[in-house]
Design a protein around this ligand. Structure first.
Ligand code: SF4
Length: 57
């Protein structure tokens, strides 16, 4: 894990998203979400990632 302590704003928004039933996993919309590109052990269920980039940009 890259960051043990998540920023409070991120933890807060995660709670809201969970409560609303939204998808909290970043990898689903990340352009690095394939085996050859991402070696982060948190993939495919990362909820916080400094390397995240939205797919389709
Ligand atoms: S870079 Fe981060 S968000 Fe993107 S696939 Fe890898 S772990 Fe998931």
């Amino acid at each position: 894990m890259k960051s043990a302590k998540l920023p409070w704003r991120h933890r807060f928004s995660l709670r809201i998203k969970k409560a609303l039933g939204k998808n909290i996993f970043l990898c689903d919309s990340c352009k690095w979400n394939w085996r050859g590109a991402c070696h982060d052990p948190a993939r495919p269920n990362a909820t916080w990632c400094p390397d995240y980039e939205k797919r389709g940009r």
